[in-house]
Write a protein that binds this ligand. Sequence first.
Ligand SMILES: [Zn+2]
Length: 351
Amino acid sequence: MNSQVNRRFFSAVATGAMLGLSKPVAAVSMVNPTLDIHVHLFGVGDSGSDCHVAEKVSRGFLFRHLKTMLKLNDATNGTVDQQYERTMVRQVAESELSMAAVLAQDAVYGANGKIDLTATSFYVPNDYLFEVVGRHPKQLIACPSINPNRADAIDELERCHDRKARMLKIHPPTQNVDLMDPKHTKFFFRCRELDMTILVHTGHEHSAPIFSHELAAPRKLRAALDEGCRVVACHAGSGWFSDSPSYLGKFLQLLDKFPELWGDTSVLGTAFRAQDFGLLLDSGKDVLDRLLHGSDFPFPASPVVFADRIGQDTALKTAELQNLIQRDFALKKHLGIGEASALRSHRVVIA
Ligand SMILES: [Zn+2]
């Protein structure tokens, strides 16, 4: 590495690799469509969207950093909700991927099955999700979020299915959901009847306050898998190198037992997940064939952390992509799993 490359390399690591200009990318293929299965819809509710962000989250470093990074602070460009939607859709449209599954985020529900916004760190309602996806049907498909603790969980599931949703998301550690609670059996049974793919956050969570990391243990997926559901373990049960316990091994064990279990690669391109991502990448073809491409936009990938696998020049060039959806996809293509896992994402969930 010459000294100039050296400086750029370490500067990119230090700044989270968010330098450079966006690049034109290859034409999108609709013959063999590819899907990013994990793109977040966010909002603060300033457009009448009913989105909600708890004060402890909106005051936090991560939230303020993401707002600045995505340039959502210019009130002359519309509301924060509108600016986020525009940025997200533009990045999907300008990426090589055919489309993205966009995720809502349900709230916390009390023992009475009623919504509890005071206990909710962030909330993106399904109605708002369908509105946004309806405005961009070529680029986006809807992944509503349904907390099975809600009294009307099955009604909401059927309503989302009627609105053409093919998948739903549950985030147990932030939504305070114990998937193994027997009261959820009927919900999972109905998911299987409707052929709805269930995305579940698994592994350690670092972007939002949680009730318990145990709620994100892959073993909890048994409740849905035993009902015959197709389940996507978001983040494949991964954690930071400093997290304990490690949940990756259990995820890999479950893959062996349940052919309808998949793992998504969302957030795996970030610095602190590199160790677990490396273990997955080295786990052999049987495991790689079960991974579905996902970015976890707006959380940015850090290609420079993977320089030992993809080479320093490639890592630096990839880090220079400002389009976060494309940067994540490009990194995973260089790691040898991008294209196949993105085709698989579409085939498993949509086709
Ligand atoms: Zn996510």
